[in-house]
Design a protein around this ligand. Sequence first.
Ligand code: NAP
Length: 506
Amino acid sequence: MSFMPHGKHLIAGEWIGTEQVFQSEPAYGDAHPFSVGTPELIDQAVQAAEEAFWRYSQTSRAERAAFLNAIADEIENRAEAIISIGNQESGLPEARLKGECGRTTGQLRLFSSLILAGDYLDRRHDEALPDRQPLPRPDLRMMQRPIGPVAVFGASNFPLAFSTAGGDTASALAAGCPVVVKGHGAHPGTSEIVAEAILSAIEKCGLAKGVFSLVQGGNRAVGQALVQHPLIKAVGFTGSLGGGRALFDLCAQRSEPIPFFGELGSVNPMFMLPEAISARGTALGQGWAASLSLGAGQFCTNPGIAVVVAGSEAEAFIEAARFSLSECGAQVMLTDGIAAAYNAGAEKMGLEKGVDNLLTSTFYSREAKPFLFKVAAKDWLENHSLSEEVFGPLGLVVVANDVEEMYRVARSLDGQLTATIHMEDGDTALARRLLPVLERKAGRVLANGFPTGVEVCDSMVHGGPYPASTNFGATSVGTMAIRRFLRPVCYQDIPVELLPQDLAEV
Ligand code: NAP
């Protein structure tokens, strides 16, 4: 089934075109024209979201759960066309997009179950103590309430699961917040067809059309107007450190500052402890290469750095990784710009002091191949740029002289989404020393695994200290993501008949 995009924005149920257009840049197939977004369209979308909020925030959990399930159904009805255009635009293989489509509908249904269960409301009740001395206690009840219209920036690397109907949108809608999405220019047609699915669900569920809008990009002013709009109450973002930081600063500079939940960069270091390297260095090298090159390395949790202690066993690990990476074929990257940034980042790393080029490659246009570099921990510690993310299948081995130097590398890390320890029983003492350091640095700490698979569940944390994210108390994956779009309200001595239904039951 093919899908021919019309190229318009979805503003509160209306498909609206603008005179100025930009062309999509698909990896395969024909480019299509898309209307360029404008600050005026953002204003219309946000005003409609604010109007919709008054009713949507008062809907029952059952109504919102049905809505989330309806969106999942509507996406499934269009799955073939969604995957086809997603593949053309992003170059991601159809099998990967099929999995991502399932993850997207799974997330929507997970949030549906979550709100039906009701625990996320964190309801509390301190009953009145009228006879308490010296002062009586009032009746106090607390519950989490939705915050208002939420802005979501679609991510380039997850056209479905982190974009139009992705985790940010699903969690905000579950909380009771209308959403305005700024579509990512890398996959505008995919955004359009998913927006069509959401609109269909809105109509079937009889909700206000302002609950969801999609404004396509093509102009930086669109994203800036969105985060600066006075009626927007929070922002969900996945993307680059530079772009995220610019938008975060705009949020902080508003007369009413708002939270910016930015999921930015991370190199996801792995600490290969000596006994593990000795027992299974070759297998670890092969495993690392597979994780590093998955999806052309375009995962937020891509393990870009492996830290080893110098020795012949470490060399066997490095050689296994190098050989496996050298066998990887070229993979299409998400956009020409991302491919160019990858190439430039790899070239720059290869020229840094003390860096050995173990595997270099040249590639054509958007087709990336892996790079592998090696540097002594001493040089790595002196050069902060070596700890910055190069988005793509690029690995850097940091070779420490001894475990003390490995520990110093851990202590010097910036905030990360993940940090991994590979260990055997004989490494336990060193692992016990590293863990308090790594838990301070990362949102998720792993043993004997690779961080690229991110489970969508209750315990998942996909966030971390800056610059991994702009808000260390939050996660953008898993059920806890809903907390970003809620705030606690205390109701003191409010008559039961006036309380929100959910709180009256407590
Ligand atoms: P990006 O450049 O940060 O763009 C993400 C979104 O933010 C886009 O909608 C973009 O709009 C908007 N934006 C960026 N800077 C802005 C600004 N100053 N003002 C207003 N809007 C702004 O990220 P990307 O396009 O996804 O990929 C580029 C780079 O991001 C990659 O090379 C990679 O380094 C990084 N990346 C990292 C992750 C991760 O998970 N860590 C994921 C994806 C990408 P426009 O499209 O109009 O520019």
